[in-house]
Design a protein around this ligand. Structure first.
Ligand SMILES: [Zn+2]
Length: 71
């Protein structure tokens, strides 16, 4: 059996921020999407197997997809 191991950053969550935030990358004033992400070791690049980082909270700009860590 041959395993292909990789790492992938998975994100989940799609809450909108309560306040509008100015994106420092594209300048848009908009509600950002709040997401939680974790790095996983994956099998065959698909199956998340072992988390290799803690949870990271960040917000994502819906306009240009820039991500900003919130804590
Ligand atoms: Zn932006």
């Amino acid at each position: 059996m041959f395993f292909i191991i990789g790492t992938k950053f998975f994100t989940f969550g799609s809450e909108k921020t309560a306040e509008q935030i100015r994106c420092s990358q594209c300048g848009a004033l908009t509600q950002f999407t709040e997401k939680t992400g974790m790095n996983f070791i994956t099998l065959f690049f698909v199956v998340p197997t072992i988390p290799i980082s803690g949870k990271k909270k960040f917000i994502e700009c819906p306009n240009c997809s820039a991500r900003f860590q919130t804590e």
